[in-house]
Design a protein around this ligand. Structure first.
Ligand SMILES: [Zn+2]
Length: 281
C-alpha cells in the first residue's frame, strides 16, 4: 500500500509544531497529537522540543517542553500518563488514578501500550523511529495507544491492543479506527538476517510483500505495512486504518530519529485523550 502524506498535517500554535491525522480529527470525542522538534527550549541534539527524560537534557527543559506542547495542542498537563517501554506487547488499562505517572509519579515498567475509557486521562507513548499506533472506538468511547518498534511489531502489540480494548470495554474490532503514525519508513528501516528471519516467519501476513531483499544479507522492512496487516488480522477493517506515511529518518529537521543520529537525540511523543462531553466541537 502506498503511504500518503496527506494523512498527516503539520500545525503550529504559539511557535510549537505538532502533527495531527485527518482520520482522527474527524472524531470529535478525542484529542490527539504527535510531537515534532519545533518550538521547545532544549539545546543541541535535543533541539528543541525534546520530550524524552533521562537522555542528558535537564528535566526542567523536558517538563517545559511538555507544558508548551500541552498548551499549544489543548491538553491538560496534569492528565498525562506514561510508562517505561520495553519493546514488548504488554498493554495496560489506565484511568484517572494513574494521572501523572511517568511525570510527577514513578512510571510503571514493562508497558508498551495503554487503553482507557475515562476522560481527563491523556495516554502518552515515547518514540524516535518506533511506530506509534493510535486506536479509537467511537461506539464504546474507548481509546488505545501503543509503541511498536520492530520488536513490538513482531510481538504484535497492535493485535494485543485490539484484544485489550475488547476485553476491557467490549470494543468490536470492526468499529475501531486506527492510525499508524510517523516512524522509520520502508525507505530507511534496513536490517540484517536475524531481524529479517523474525519477520519472514510471520507467514499469515504475507511478509514477502513488505520485505525487500537488497542482497549482501541486507533487507528493508516496511513496519507500517506489517502493523497495518496485524491490525487487519485482528479484525480492524482495512478502510478504518490510516498510515501517516511520514518517515522520522527522512525528516531530521522536523522529527527526532534514533537511526539518523546514532542515538544522540531527543525524543518524540504520541498523545491521545478522550474529550469531556462539553469540550466536543
Ligand atoms: Zn525514510
Amino acid at each position: 500500500m502506498k503511504s500518503d502524506e496527506r494523512q498527516v498535517r503539520l500545525n503550529r500554535k504559539n511557535g510549537v509544531g505538532f502533527l495531527t491525522f485527518p482520520r482522527l480529527e474527524a472524531l470529535p470525542f478525542l484529542r490527539h497529537v504527535f510531537s515534532t522538534r519545533l518550538g521547545g527550549v532544549s539545546q543541541k541534539e535535543f533541539s528543541s522540543l525534546n520530550l524524552a527524560f533521562g537522555r542528558g537534557d535537564p528535566n526542567e527543559n523536558v517538563l517545559e517542553n511538555y507544558r508548551r506542547l500541552c498548551a499549544a495542542a489543548g491538553f491538560d498537563a496534569t492528565s498525562l500518563v506514561s510508562s517505561a517501554q520495553v519493546h514488548r506487547s504488554a498493554v495496560r488499562r489506565v484511568g484517572r488514578q494513574n494521572r501523572g505517572e511517568g511525570f510527577t509519579k514513578p512510571k510503571p515498567a514493562g508497558v508498551d501500550g495503554m487503553v482507557t475509557n475515562e476522560t481527563g486521562v491523556t495516554l502518552v507513548t515515547h518514540h524516535a523511529d518506533c511506530v506509534p499506533l493510535y486506536f479509537a472506538d467511537p461506539v464504546r468511547r474507548a481509546i488505545g495507544l501503543a509503541h511498536a518498534g520492530w520488536r513490538g511489531t513482531a510481538a504484535r502489540i497492535g493485535a494485543e491492543t485490539v484484544h485489550t480494548l475488547t476485553r476491557e470495554y467490549g470494543s468490536r474490532p470492526e468499529d475501531l479506527v486506527c492510525v499508524v503514525g510517523p516512524s522509520i519508513g520502508p525507505c530507511c528501516f534496513e536490517v540484517d538476517s536475524p531481524v529479517f528471519e523474525i519477520f519472514a516467519a510471520m507467514g499469515d501476513l504475507t511478509p514477502r510483500e513488505w520485505i525487500r531483499e537488497d542482497g549482501g544479507g541486507k533487507y528493508h522492512i516496511d513496519l507500517w505495512e506489517a502493523n497495518r496487516r496485524i491490525l487487519m488480522r485482528a479484525g480492524v477493517p482495512e478502510q478504518n486504518i490510516s498510515v501517516s506515511g511520514l518517515c522520522t529518518r527522512c525528516h531530521p529537521d522536523l522529527l527526532f530519529s534514533h537511526r539518523a543520529t546514532g542515538g544522540k537525540r531527543g525524543g518524540l511523543a504520541a498523545f491521545l485523550a478522550l474529550r469531556e462531553a462539553d469540550d466536543e466541537n
